[in-house]
Design a protein around this ligand. Structure first.
Ligand code: ZN
Length: 460
């Protein structure tokens, strides 16, 4: 749908459908997608055959667990054997020449990148389904958005750009330089800032250094993607307070788009604001477009409804990348009750903030970088930048948190702050860190996803 249907909902027939109706839609789309995938993707054909399945064996969502989960490693092996595209998508050269729109890919720093070819139809689906999410956040025609993105193949920025175009939200392409973006904020007074969470804080600091005040800027909403934001309470509080704006975020993965961003809704975020950021934020998944399963992290078997586990997605609404049971690998638990906003789409309680791949194993204990972020951002005396540095000392792992202070501090205050930070990390993570405090502005800044973990451990 290219227009909102009502004042509150872009597509209420899907967003507010009964759970039974959503299940019917998923089953219908699954039945249409499987023969297409079987015919056009050698990767899926081989995987179905190996499991002794035909498309007819997966008639409904209840049959899905018969099909083994697809991992990133499997896709990586496929693309290494058949570069540059692999066979895990149904797009061949003929379709690509006829309807090609854009290529998105993983970074490929250590191996052949996993690449995804999306078509003109995908572009259309992407805009309309992302518009639903933005509409639920309260974005309306007449808003103006500053998008802080380089010209990179990142799904968040391109989808938000196309959705803004569709919604008649004027876009200010922010270029690549922070100074230019600050000038645009000042000159054009955008109501929306779209950026990664780290960059939104970096931009605010740069504004302060230039004598401005982000809290009194024109920005009413900060919309984040690319890194967890809403699910980390202290980061959420910091971004909302810094910009004096409502924070929203979207969630998805390069493999299973277009469309189907998970998103925070206006009502859900308001409730959190009333509870002074203590409530977890819930993130809606768009269930007429995707099937979200939660599986046990050890056995990979589905967990009971509402249980915690790793996310697996089946993407029903794509010509370029209709994936079947792809392991996204975020820890999540879903609430299937109706939200205060009126939507029936399930919500990930507390959002998505811990991808299993990101989990660190330090001296036999598990640690998510997001937990350290939550702690660091909870200290007003600490700045926005921090790193987790892991090294080997003899046979022991050392775990150091390098954090910037928000203001220059004297030695006495630094010692006291280090001790409080150390105590809080021990309390929450059961690990004793070394703390290194740095003056403001010393750690590297990133435009895109921040590199928080430096692992220099020797493999013994
Ligand atoms: Zn909601």
């Amino acid at each position: 749908m290219r227009e909102p249907a009502t004042r509150h909902f872009w597509a209420p027939q899907f967003e507010c459908a009964t759970r039974e109706r959503l299940a019917d839609i998923q089953n219908e789309k699954l039945a249409a997608m499987l023969p297409y995938l079987y015919e056009h993707s050698a990767f899926y054909r081989a995987k179905l055959k190996a499991a002794k399945l035909t498309p007819r064996d997966l008639k409904s969502v209840a049959d899905l667990p018969k099909f083994p989960i697809v991992t990133k490693d499997e896709m990586a092996r496929d693309v290494a054997a058949r570069p540059p595209w692999g066979t895990y998508t149904p797009i061949d050269d003929k379709i690509w020449r006829a309807r090609g729109w854009m290529v998105f890919s993983t970074s490929g720093t250590t191996a052949t990148p996993r690449s995804f070819r999306y078509t003109a139809l995908d572009a259309e689906l992407w805009a309309t389904t992302s518009a639903r999410a933005l509409y639920a956040m309260g974005v309306r025609a007449g808003d103006t958005a500053l998008t802080c993105t380089n010209y990179n193949p990142h799904v968040f920025f391109w989808s938000i750009h196309h959705a803004f175009n569709l919604m008649r939200v004027a876009v200010l392409p922010g270029g690549v330089a922070t100074q230019r973006r600050l000038q645009m904020l000042d000159l054009y007074q955008p109501t929306i800032l779209a950026a990664t969470p780290s960059y939104s804080l970096h931009l605010a600091n740069a504004m302060r250094e230039a004598g401005g005040d982000p809290a009194s800027s024109s920005v009413m909403k900060v919309i984040c993607g690319g890194e967890p934001a809403s699910g980390i309470a202290s980061t959420r509080a910091r971004i909302e307070t810094t910009w004096n704006a409502q924070l929203h975020d979207v969630y998805g993965c390069t493999e299973a788009v277009p469309g189907g961003w998970a998103f925070t809704c206006r009502e859900g975020v308001r409730r959190v604001a009333r509870a002074t950021h203590q409530h977890p934020v819930a993130t809606h998944v768009q269930e007429d477009l995707q099937i979200w399963e939660v599986v046990d992290s050890e056995t990979l078997e589905p967990v009971a409804p509402g249980g915690r586990g790793l996310t697996v997605v089946t993407n029903l609404n794509s010509e370029g990348s209709p994936q079947l049971r792809f392991m996204v690998g975020d820890f999540a638990e879903f609430d299937y009750g109706k939200c205060a906003c009126g939507r029936t789409f399930a919500r990930a309680r507390g959002g998505f903030n811990g991808r299993a791949d990101d989990m660190l194993n330090i001296r036999g204990l598990k640690l998510f970088p997001a937990v350290v972020e939550e702690i660091v951002r909870g200290f007003d005396a600490l700045g926005n930048e921090f790193q987790i540095v892991l090294e080997t000392d003899g046979v022991m792992d050392t775990f150091t948190i390098v954090a910037e202070t928000s203001q220059p501090v004297d030695e006495f205050f630094a010692r006291e702050l280090s001790a409080r930070l150390e105590a809080e990390v021990i309390r929450q993570c059961e690990l004793r860190p070394r703390i290194e405090l740095m003056p403001p502005g010393t750690l590297p800044r990133t435009e895109f996803k921040a590199r928080r973990v430096i692992d220099r451990r020797r493999i013994l």
